[in-house]
Design a binder for this molecule. Sequence first.
Ligand code: NCD
Ligand code: ZN
Length: 350
Amino acid sequence: MTPTRLEITRPDDWHLHLRDGDALASVIAHTAQRFARAIVMPNLKPPVTTVAQAEDYRRRILASLPAGARFRPLMTLYLTENTPVEEIARAKASDSVFAVKYYPAGATTNSDSGVRELSRVHAVLEAMQKHELPLLLHGEVTDPDVDIFDRERVFIERYLLPLQARFPALRMVLEHITTRDAVEFVRGAPANVAATITAHHLLLNRNALFAGGIRPHNYCAPILKRETHRVALLQAATSGDAHFFLGTDSAPHPREAKETACGCAGLYTAHAALELYAEAFEQAGRLDRLEAFASFHGADFYRLPRNRERIALERTPWMVPDLYPLAGSTCTPMRAGESVAWSLVETTTP
Ligand code: NCD
Ligand code: ZN
């Protein structure tokens, strides 16, 4: 029988888009209510490429937190072909930057400054391997000749395997994995390789993109895949394997930027992030493994202490609003106008 209450160590979100300015102020509370820390993506316009920029961004995040919130943003740098090798030592020495994000140029929202040719960043990767600074990978090829549903698998074959052979000790996180191929690669990899999994890729397959008509709010990068892949992700997330941990990839966009002829990629899930993961774990009959996935594996990989606070969920359904404010506009969240089975109850200090 499903328990009606679930209390776990307060979790962390190891892949999050917080945006900036008024949009940041609109979304930050949802994350801070649930998570103690989050790895904050650097794909702002312009991207966060230096430690100095990351520290400024960190201050803006802290300034936008609601009064009394205890939330720690963990910053990342956006890797470009012009990133100086010395920036890696600076990042490692800082107490604010925890990883470097690799976007193949053009793969997703605000990725134009990303890497076109991996060989041009080899010296930087060498430094990251030496300093043990994790590389976070958006693992998709951008080659328009490759079918969009195959872009993750082809990335693993074409780029990830050679990268791993060249930098065997590099700490890497394959972000927001979406395929059985990625699950198998990561499961078989040594402990310096890990993966994040989103709630939406655990709960939705690609049919959700076309349920009765085109559904722009379910469009994200990497795109939703077929059911066999969703099942493989759910199995991996609930397996207890420490290679896999929580990363929401919550990525808010104004409604009008998604409901248009060429809509942006990204699902907003921060408003119900942990609750949605609980649904997925319940579906797999493995609620007992949510805590390790959400609160232990990521902290262990990043070599940060596990949180001591606790958080409780209750099996009480609630209705997600049709929209949330987002800067001067609105954002349509995942499950808009529908129910989520679990609700957030409270947090307690030890
Ligand atoms: C992200 C965004 O909007 O910043 N979009 C998404 O679909 N996940 C970028 C990203 O992580 O790919
Ligand atoms: Zn992302």
